[in-house]
Design a protein around this ligand. Structure first.
Ligand SMILES: Cc1ncc(COP(=O)(O)O)c(C=O)c1O
Length: 313
């Protein structure tokens, strides 16, 4: 989907015009993939709008930067305040928010020491991510996720998304909405940009982080919601074939939200319709995100923009 421009972008603490948020082709990040980033959603509420799990996302950005020895010159609170200021300045909600910290223009060579760290935050409208009405048709990728101790899966780094691109492109070319990556031992890991959940005999399963999965904020939200609803939840390694005999399978992610999966490698998941537990969890997730159910876990940061106020340039 083409990016819909807004008016401002947050750059190192200042709001600058969208079209001036440029970097030099010789920046370190362009050559060596040295960036860490986030994807966050802001939802419309009955009164105003609210960012979903803003501090958790910004803490993950700080954690990703720490893994890569990237000193971010901003605190958690400053980054969160930057997001609120930006959304209110642009007047665009609901929206997707993309903070990114990168190694900029300085020196050539792998060592990042001489290249300054720059932080940008953009926001823009973005709708549904996973294609497919009533469930997505997906495949298992021939590409594995990153092996442990190669590219760290717990860092949401730009470089990891070269692997995601291989998985996603292969799926797309073969007519699927998304691809599922296995880890190097052949165990289920995650989608190219989503965590994965399986329901079998009433129990909810998701792979543990040690199977090369990102520590998804939506994954955590779904685990919390499922426990709150009284479901049995297990984080454990899953063999590929469990996906084919599952009662329900769904993706979770900021972009994907809670997306039911209809088929995997052309094998229908149960009768191909979204399952009861998936629907129950999705209902609670969207209810909280859209302010239609109580914010019982304290996940929403209000912003003063009414849905429909959106101005674009
Ligand atoms: C590889 C990968 N796994 C999982 C997720 C889901 O994470 P979250 O729910 O924090 O968006 C994402 C999206 O950020 C992702 O890119």
């Amino acid at each position: 989907m083409p990016i819909q421009t807004t008016s401002k972008i947050w750059h190192n603490g200042n709001l600058i015009p969208w079209e001036q948020a440029n970097i030099h082709v010789m920046s370190h990040v362009i050559h060596y993939g040295s960036s860490v980033f986030e994807g966050i959603r802001c939802y419309g509420q009955p009164h105003g709008s609210a960012v979903f799990r803003l501090p958790e996302h910004m803490q993950r950005l700080l954690d990703s930067a720490k893994i890569y020895r990237m000193d971010l010159p901003f605190t958690l609170d400053e980054l969160c305040a930057g997001v609120v200021d930006l959304i209110e300045a642009n007047g665009v909600a609901p929206c997707y928010i993309r903070p990114i910290a990168l190694r900029g223009y300085g020196e050539i060579g792998v060592s990042p020491k001489g290249s300054p760290v720059e932080v940008y935050i953009a926001n823009f409208p973005w709708g549904k991510y996973i294609a497919g009405q009533g469930g997505a048709d997906v495949c298992i990728s021939s590409w594995s996720r990153m092996a442990p101790n190669t590219l760290p899966s717990l860092a949401k780094a730009g470089a990891n998304y070269m692997n995601s691109q291989l998985i996603h492109m292969e799926a797309e070319i073969n007519g699927y909405a998304e691809g599922i990556g296995l880890d190097v031992n052949g165990l289920v890991s995650e989608g190219s940009g989503e965590n994965i959940f399986v329901v079998r005999n009433g129990v909810l399963y998701t792979p543990p982080l040690a199977n090369s999965a990102l520590s998804g904020i939506t994954r955590d939200s779904v685990l919390t919601i499922a426990r709150h609803l009284g479901h049995t939840v297990t984080e454990q390694s899953l063999p590929r074939e469990l996906l084919y005999i599952a009662d329900e399978v769904f993706f979770t992610g900021t972009a994907a939200e809670v997306s039911p999966i209809r088929s995997i490698d052309r094998i229908l998941v149960a009768d191909g319709k979204p399952g009861e537990i998936t629907k129950q969890i999705a209902d609670e997730f969207f209810g909280i995100a859209n302010g239609l159910k109580p914010d019982r876990f304290g996940w929403l940061t209000p912003v003063k923009v009414n849905t429909g106020d959106a101005v674009t340039v």
